[in-house]
Design a protein. Structure first.
Length: 188
């Protein structure tokens, strides 16, 4: 399982850790990968991991942008249960990478995910239902595949390919720079 959320109060990484601890004995092969760039809750999360006895099944990595594809590719499930935003880049990245999702029902989450169709939607701060959703996906590889396929298709159909957009932006910037340079030369 993968979380790409920073260690902040509103991302509820602690809820994820507690949910994982509940299902870890039933899924000894499962691992929780917490990739984040930091946040004030990290020491508390580290302590919680140790208190719950899941250190050997949990890994914390500082997520640099260039490392994200590797982390996402290593996962079977993405979890985002924050209540602060509904379309974090980490969610769309996970979806485009063919991952099933466990998510909280934040503002416009229904524009991306549906409960039972690409995701298991769980109430915010509900450890029990989060654990149940994770266990359901871990226990059913066919369901994970079906959700992942749906999520990849949804993300790729809703998000434009960045190549053409970047190319157009670069052309605009080059044209603007050329016009400014020409104007500056003419004024000298």
């Amino acid at each position: 399982m993968l979380s790409l959320r920073n260690f902040r109060p509103y991302t509820y990484v602690d809820i994820l850790v507690e949910a994982f601890a509940r299902i870890a004995p039933d899924f000894p092969q499962a691992r929780l990968l917490l990739c984040a760039r930091g946040g004030p809750e990290r020491p508390r999360i580290e302590k919680l991991i140790d208190e719950l006895g899941i250190r050997n099944q949990t890994r914390i990595e500082r997520a640099e942008v260039e490392d994200l594809p590797r982390y996402v590719a290593s996962a079977d499930i993405a979890v985002t249960i924050a209540d602060s935003d509904s379309t974090p880049a980490s969610l769309t990245e996970a979806m485009a990478s063919h991952l099933p999702v466990v998510a909280a029902p934040t503002w416009s989450i229904d524009e991306w995910l549906e409960n039972g169709n690409g995701a298991e939607i769980v109430p915010i701060k509900d450890i029990g239902q989060t654990a149940s959703a994770i266990a359901k996906l871990l226990a059913d590889p066919e369901l994970r595949e079906r959700y992942g396929e749906r999520n990849e298709h949804t993300a790729r159909s809703k998000l434009p390919r960045p190549g053409p957009l970047l190319e157009n932006l670069y052309r605009e910037l080059i044209d603007e720079h050329s016009a400014k340079t020409k104007s500056l030369k003419n004024s000298l």
